[in-house]
Design a protein around this ligand. Structure first.
Ligand SMILES: [Zn+2]
Length: 157
């Protein structure tokens, strides 16, 4: 990154922050030579992540799609869009942190449900019912009681 004042190549990052969309990062830079400060917005270069569905088909991981599904599950609940943004961001961080370029849709679903169960029960149940396609009320109730056990466990520390 060149300094626009003195043309030096020697600049350093003094502050770095993810921009809301999670796809770019805002950097405050300072020129080491003349001290000039400026801001850059840089797109994060991420490897493409492939999601493998249960039937073996593959598609590119899409945060938009994931977010859309979450918004549907969270309609009329107390979950805020900020919480959902954070949820998706934490999933992305985890996914991009492991070196694999492929992840199963099952794993993504589990990651979502883990986090959603901590946020809101209704949202969790809605997401889980779409995701797992509960075929009967028994398995559905089983899932609910598992979730409550996990929560009780978490609360006890
Ligand atoms: Zn400079």
């Amino acid at each position: 990154m060149k300094c626009s004042q003195c043309n030096s190549d020697d600049t350093k990052v003094i502050e770095s922050r993810d921009v809301a969309d999670g796809e770019s990062v805002r950097r405050r830079r300072a020129c080491v030579v003349c001290g000039y400060r400026f801001t850059t917005y840089e797109r994060l270069e991420r490897p493409q992540l492939i999601v493998v569905k249960n039937d073996g088909t593959r598609q590119l991981f899409s945060r938009q799609k994931l977010l859309a599904g979450l918004y549907r599950a969270c309609e009329k609940t107390s979950v805020t869009s900020m919480q959902l943004e954070k949820l998706v961001q934490s999933i992305e961080h985890e996914l991009y942190a492991c070196a694999d370029s492929e992840v199963s849709s099952r794993k993504v679903g589990e990651m979502v449900m883990d986090r959603l169960s901590a946020l809101d029960e209704v949202a969790y149940v809605r997401f889980a019912s779409v995701y797992r396609r509960f075929t009967d009320i028994a398995s559905f109730e089983q899932e609910l009681s598992h979730m409550r056990e996990r929560r009780a466990h978490d609360t006890l520390g």
